[in-house]
Design a protein around this ligand. Sequence first.
Ligand SMILES: [Mg+2]
Length: 167
Amino acid sequence: MGFSLLPDRVIGSIFNLNVKALAEGGVRLLLADLDNTIVPYSVSEPTEQVFSWVNRLDQNGIRLFIISNNRSKTRIKQYCARLGVPYVDHAGKPGTRSFLRAMEQMHVSPRQTAVIGDQIFTDVLGAKRAGLFVILVRPIDLSHPLRALRYQMERPVIAAAKRKMNR
Ligand SMILES: [Mg+2]
């Protein structure tokens, strides 16, 4: 089976997401990565800005669902409980199991679903394997050397995605 590493959209941050356009395109479920997409690693309290972002999704008929590879169960659980959104931790991206389970749980089709995340080889690859529309955001925090290195490795793919978007 063929699949792509190229995201369908590349944006700077979740707060730049065109929620209205997504809703008008029929999207009802947004499967979002947590770490470095919505919050920096180790943060366990949603900010006001994140709360209002989730409200904006809700007002446009889009349910947020967190799909995280993180294994520290208490933090993800606490964060998502505060935010009032369903989640899967230890998700095994780029495996597709968690994406499929979330769509089934929320009773939506792949065409009504979009994915948002910060990593090519987990978030984007997993989403494309599941046949989903995927938006890549710039990682929030690149100060960790290994994360910065990984981002450097992803840059050619991101550049290719941007060229494709502009065609
Ligand atoms: Mg991430």
